[in-house]
Design a protein around this ligand. Structure first.
Ligand SMILES: N[C@@H](CCC(=O)N[C@@H](CS)C(=O)NCC(=O)O)C(=O)O
Length: 218
């Protein structure tokens, strides 16, 4: 049993909001780097802790394994209430928090299994692969637009206080179709993610784990 959290993850991946959360709550952790989208060898690194061979996967100091980005984020935030990164059970924001924390993996993140390697669904049919990549871009953009129309952000997505939902959206909105399209589809959330990008407490972290490199907005 290790004394710290072990996180299977990769720069720029769904482990990034989890890593940001671990930093903000002041928990030590080590990362087993596994950019799973690069191929079988990287996916195999994760197989022992997650048969889905996906990151993020968190191993707690007690040896418990938690997969699924939203579950990890909610569990970490709820179990460190002093960090104020999730609304408490009786907080009026709780229902919307759970709603959008579920929406991201169900409707948006799931598209990346489909589009990262469309051959898993359509074999070597190149025309079908291209069509899947084209249509999933629009589906992701549509989902961001629908979410934007139904949230009522303040400084952050649920109001004046940041939660793990903000970290999750700030990261996922940088994936395909990237931020330029996201800003156009989701103008209200655009202001929030820019605020999260600029948080002084996370500047060193972003540079290390999801740098704002030339052309990063797409
Ligand atoms: N439902 C999972 C999805 C995780 C996921 O798709 N992770 C990507 C990396 S960002 C991955 O490991 N992809 C490799 C694959 O699915 O084969 C979650 O929310 O954690």
């Amino acid at each position: 049993m290790g004394m710290v959290f072990t996180l299977y993850g990769a720069a720029g991946s769904g482990s990034v909001p989890v890593e940001a959360t671990l930093r903000l709550i002041g928990q030590d952790y080590r990362v087993v780097e596994a950019p799973t989208w690069e191929g079988e060898a990287e996916r195999d690194k994760v197989a022992a802790v997650n048969p889905m061979r996906q990151v993020p996967a968190l191993v707690t100091p007690g040896g418990e394994i938690i997969t699924e980005s939203a579950a990890i984020l909610i569990w970490l935030a709820d179990s460190h209430p002093q960090a104020r990164l999730s609304p408490a059970f009786d907080d009026p924001r709780r229902a919307q928090f759970l709603r959008w924390m579920s929406f991201i993996p169900a409707s948006i993140y799931s598209m990346f299994w489909v589009r990262d390697e469309p051959a898993r669904l359509v074999g070597d049919n190149l025309e079908a692969q291209t069509e899947i990549q084209r249509r999933t871009i629009d589906r992701i953009a549509d989902c961001w637009r629908m979410m934007d129309a139904q949230v009522a952000p303040g400084r952050f997505l649920l109001g004046e206080e940041m939660t793990v939902l903000d970290l999750y959206v700030a990261t996922a909105s940088r994936w395909t179709p990237q931020r330029r399209r996201f800003y156009a589809e989701a103008p209200r959330m655009a202001e929030v993610v820019r605020r999260v990008d600029a948080l002084p407490a996370l500047q060193a972290f972003w540079s290390e784990r999801f740098p704002f490199e030339d052309g990063w907005e797409g």
